[in-house]
Design a protein around this ligand. Structure first.
Ligand SMILES: [Zn+2]
Length: 129
């Protein structure tokens, strides 16, 4: 029977990994490997970090009209498409497209309402101010 690490895992069960040569503990439990483990964790965290947005804006976006909101959504979709494919990326794109569709609807309603209002006699009897 091959030797197993003498340490226990978080659940209190035997570790089960092969011990390092000449020791009774595995790579994860051997105290002399602490520095190497810390370095590996650091490297893993760095590699998982999400890339920054392309050309991050210097000013806060102004979302005062449908066109401005559509531009932000287009940028967000573009930036999201540049990320590695994943279920989260797909979900995010789905959300953004839903918002984009809503912005199209609002923009069309705005245009139609503007066209109707332009045909009303001026000043509009519907306006109180
Ligand atoms: Zn172990």
């Amino acid at each position: 029977m091959p030797a197993r690490c003498e340490a226990t895992n978080a659940r209190g069960e035997p570790c089960g990994m092969a011990p390092l040569q000449g020791t009774s503990q595995c790579w994860a439990h051997n105290p002399s490997r602490g520095e190497a483990r810390a370095l590996a964790r650091k490297r893993g965290g760095r590699n998982r970090r999400v890339a920054l947005a392309i050309d991050p804006p210097t000013d806060a976006p102004r979302l005062r009209d449908v066109g401005a909101i559509q531009r932000q959504l287009e940028d967000a979709v573009y930036n999201t498409l540049r990320l590695a494919n994943s279920p989260t990326r797909s979900r995010t794109i789905g959300y953004l497209l839903g918002f984009a569709l809503r912005a199209l609807e609002v923009g069309e309603l705005e245009a139609r309402l503007g066209a109707l209002e332009s045909q009303l006699p001026s000043p509009s009897p519907w306006r109180t101010a």
